[in-house]
Design a binder for this molecule. Structure first.
Ligand SMILES: Nc1ncnc2c1ncn2[C@@H]1O[C@H](COP(=O)(O)OP(=O)(O)OP(=O)(O)O)[C@@H](O)[C@H]1O
Length: 229
């Protein structure tokens, strides 16, 4: 699980301070599916990046699976991120020069895994997203929905505790978007927590829990623990 206490974030430029996130307390349990909604500029990406250890916060504390994040060196933080967090982005962020297999392998290269174990994980992840037979293709040879599936395979190959998704369906038509949501729900049902930023109320409604951010203020919208429809 993750636990944030009195956490806040401000950005400073020459003369301007932007309070991107007001102090907040938040816990996310293992296995939850959380949607993060809010207007443009409200702080959603900042929240996701802090959760994923891509950005530092200003004040407060953050514990991720029992590890106190603010005490870690940058190197230890990178290792924790690599082990605990999988990322999915709106623009897929695949490496065009690498084939699908090598794209999924990227985060595994930083792990102490045997070649056999890496191969197994890559193929398991690609099979899970339905693209095992496309492993030698390059990103440009796949549709947007398929590229996002590769990005999901890359994110889950490391067996993370948390899957963080920033507008994962934002570049996809509604049919492909629904397919990606189905896949995220399946992954979540197998125990991985999902935190997903979305502008789309229909996608947000599929989450168990909705957090809204308005002008940097985090508001709990609902938590009904229903099975994800
Ligand atoms: N690196 C930065 N330096 C200064 N200000 C920043 C930086 N990153 C974000 N901000 C500011 O922090 C606030 C929150 O930005 P953030 O990107 O988290 O919003 P968002 O809700 O994800 O927006 P969108 O939906 O448009 O992507 C905004 O006012 C933004 O301008």
């Amino acid at each position: 699980m993750l636990s944030m206490r009195h956490l806040s974030k401000a950005y400073y430029t020459d003369t301007i301070k932007t309070q991107a996130l007001q102090p907040f307390d938040l816990s996310i349990e293992q296995g939850e599916f959380v949607a993060v909604i809010g207007p443009s500029g409200s702080g959603k990406t900042t929240f996701l990046n802090i959760t994923g250890l891509l950005e530092n916060f200003c004040d407060g504390s953050y514990e991720l699976d029992g590890v106190n994040v603010e005490k870690l060196s940058d190197k230890a933080k990178s290792k924790l991120r690599n082990e605990k967090i999988g990322f999915i982005f709106q623009s897929f962020n695949l490496i065009p020069e690498l084939n699908i297999y090598d794209n999924v392998d990227m985060p595994l290269r930083y792990r102490k895994l045997s070649t056999k174990e890496r191969h197994q994980r890559i193929m398991d992840a690609l099979d899970k997203v339905g693209l095992g037979s496309r492993k030698n293709h390059y990103p440009s040879q796949l549709s947007g929905g398929q590229q996002q599936r590769v990005a999901i395979a890359r994110a889950i190959a490391g067996k993370p505790s948390f899957l963080l998704a920033d507008e994962p369906t934002g570049n996809l038509d509604s049919k492909m978007a629904d397919g990606i949501m189905e896949l995220l729900k399946e992954i979540n049902a197998q125990g991985t927590s999902v935190v997903m930023v979305t502008h789309d109320p229909q996608q947000a409604a599929k989450a168990q829990r909705v957090i809204e951010i308005r002008d940097g203020v985090i508001i709990e919208r609902s938590q009904c623990n229903k099975a994800i429809a």
